[in-house]
Ligand binder design. Structure first.
Ligand code: NAP
Length: 292
């Protein structure tokens, strides 16, 4: 007999929590329908990137399920930046469209930021517009980027205490790492964390990750976070989606890290479903904002 206790982490079920959020969005859509309003999302997809096609298809399907009307603009890879800006202008002016989603990455000949900046902030479904990012930083967000907003909801709805927690985020992209830090450092429910953001220039990455009560990996490298980089009892959120010969895997070495962590998100079935649910929630927020 040995006294050694091995810990196996609780799995944070992103699919179940996303279903809760989608049900709330569906109820909000039903309320808006009573006022004769149908939230509408226009999606713009340029080129044939297979992953982008998969995302956009699932976003459109999710819209239909909750009562959001969607319009699909699928454009060839050679579409010019001017044509794209013209389409965005048209959608900005269309009263039936409450949310616009331009799927990134855009082809190399298009300046991504110029197109994202052209979306009216009041119709920005992804929360990527500088106006909405600025509101997030100033502590009064209207819509926040969907993936970090989804992670915050995962933490809140699975009872993870963020207040006072040491949060270490690995990755500083504009769509995940940076807005994630901005959300969790806010003086607000589901936030009030002490945040560290790491990247490729971080010295001694493992020294930082081992301090984390909540470790968020948004790196884009399969199994980059090993068990010896994680503090015993930490909550581990895996944002990574890496297509490998073994199929879709996260940035965290799930099988070994789950023996050290107290809670962990799987890939697939963790953060991914939340991103789509929060996009739907953003469309409803923008619709209500337009009515106010
Ligand atoms: P990204 O723009 O490529 O950013 C990756 C970040 O990780 C960069 O800041 C990079 O640092 C950092 N990094 C890379 N290797 C590192 C290392 N060895 N040590 C420390 N930092 C390192 O990626 P992203 O768009 O944020 O996406 C990250 C991952 O999340 C991808 O797998 C993506 O597919 C996935 N994702 C999933 C969802 C979802 O809904 N589940 C949504 C968005 C993204 P530098 O800045 O120094 O280069």
């Amino acid at each position: 007999m040995t006294d050694e206790v091995t810990m196996t982490a609780r799995i944070i079920d992103g699919k179940a929590i996303a279903a809760e959020v989608r049900a709330e969005v569906a109820r909000a859509c039903a309320e808006l329908a009573k006022q004769g309003v149908t939230p509408g999302l226009a999606t713009v997809l340029v080129g044939d990137d297979p992953a982008s096609h998969v995302y956009v298809r699932s976003k459109r399907k999710a819209c239909a399920e909750v009562g959001i009307k969607s319009w699909d603009h699928d454009l060839p890879a050679e579409t010019s930046q001017d044509a794209l800006l013209e389409l965005v202008d048209k959608l900005n002016a269309d009263d039936a469209v409450h949310g616009i989603l331009v799927q990134i990455p855009l082809p190399d000949h298009v300046e991504e930021q110029t197109v994202l900046d052209a979306v009216a902030p009041t119709k920005d479904a992804d929360g990527f517009h500088p106006y909405n990012l600025g509101r997030l930083l100033s502590g009064s967000p209207i819509v926040a980027p969907a993936t970090p907003a989804g992670i915050q909801q995962l933490l809140l709805r699975s009872g993870v205490e963020t207040s006072g927690a040491e949060v270490v985020i690995v990755g500083r992209s504009n769509i995940v790492g940076k807005p994630m830090g901005a959300l969790l450092v806010q003086k607000a429910e589901g936030a009030n964390s002490t945040v560290t953001i790491c990247h490729t220039r971080t010295r001694n990455l493992a020294e930082h990750t081992r301090r984390a009560d909540i470790l968020i990996a948004a790196i884009g490298r399969a199994h980059a976070i090993a068990a010896d980089m994680v503090k015993e009892g930490a909550v581990v959120i895996d944002v990574g989606m890496n297509r490998t010969e073994q199929g879709l895997v996260g940035d965290v070495d799930f099988d070994t890290v789950k023996e050290v962590a107290s809670a962990i998100t799987p890939v697939p079935g963790g953060v991914g479903p939340m991103t789509i649910a929060m996009l739907l929630s953003n469309v409803v927020s923008q619709t209500k904002r337009g009515l106010a």
